[in-house]
Design a protein around this ligand. Structure first.
Ligand code: OOG
Ligand code: MG
Length: 262
């Protein structure tokens, strides 16, 4: 840690306000170049507490920057972990108001719900699959609060990993009999294919993202709880969207997710 609690609270309020007012800001490491990842996760937790005081609840957990496509696109090569809040959930078939967002992008993900908690360290793909209740298709809408969507690792962690909206599909499947590495994903914008991936794009196996998440929380004495909704990270690069765009994502064995931006 390099920041005192006052500064952590101040930066959390600054980033939370940028999110709720849909206003971009300069990245916080411009002013605090020594800010480390512990500071960044402390700012993210302080954002959670600001929202909790208003009655907003955590609706899920996410891993990000878990595919080479995403790492390359954002120029950051370490997975990160963030939070999804209740108001970020959009129903499949629904609409997203771009007036509430800064510069949204969409990315396709495989989501997990656990039947047993995951306690790191030492979690691996096998531990995660044994603890998985079912998997679901998901599309995340990310919206960095930083100008031009440009950031470094610690800035984006502090900004709650660009979390903004998410859409969950209707088809839940057991992992037995499903090879998540070869599971195909085809993402269309306005009827044209804009990205494709297989599950293995995420760290070789999407369950690896949850293993790393559990080890991350485990190092802090926390566990990933049973029942939590968890996103494993964009399998493809993220695609910019604007009002009028229609998104349709086809997931092998997991159905479709469709929604539009207005
Ligand atoms: C950071 C969030 C990354 C993912 O799935 O890779 C993320 C960003 O790219 O803005 O959610
Ligand atoms: Mg994501």
């Amino acid at each position: 840690m390099t920041l005192d609690d006052n500064t952590i609270q101040k930066l959390a309020a600054h980033l939370e306000e940028a999110e709720t007012q849909a206003r971009d800001v300069t990245k916080i490491t411009d002013d605090y170049p020594d800010l480390d990842s512990e500071d960044a996760y402390a700012i993210q937790a302080a954002i959670r507490d600001i929202k909790a005081a208003r009655g907003t609840r955590v609706a899920g957990l996410k891993a990000g920057l878990t595919s080479r496509a995403k790492m390359k696109q954002m120029g950051v090569d370490t997975p990160i972990f963030g939070l999804m809040f209740d108001y970020m959930s959009v129903p499949n078939g629904g609409e997203i108001k771009t007036s509430e967002l800064i510069h949204p992008k969409v990315e396709s993900e495989i989501a997990f719900v656990l039947k047993k908690p995951l306690k790191g360290p030492g979690c691996h793909v096998g531990t995660v699959l044994a603890a998985t209740d079912f998997v679901l298709p998901a599309v995340e809408v990310i919206d960095s609060r930083y100008r031009n969507f440009r950031f470094d690792l610690n800035s984006v962690i502090a900004d709650n990993t660009s979390s903004s909206r998410f859409v969950v599909g209707d088809v839940a499947q057991n992992v037995e009999g499903l090879d998540l590495r070869t599971l195909g994903i085809v993402m269309e914008k306005n009827g044209e294919i804009v990205a494709m991936a297989a599950g293995a794009a995420v760290l070789g196996h999407p369950a690896e993202a949850l293993a790393q998440m559990a080890n991350h929380y485990g190092a802090r004495g926390e566990e990933v709880p049973a029942g939590a909704y968890i996103m494993s990270g964009g399998a493809t690069a993220a695609v910019a969207v604007e009002a009028g765009d229609a998104i349709n994502v086809r997931f092998q064995a997991l159905g479709n997710i469709a929604f539009r931006f207005v």
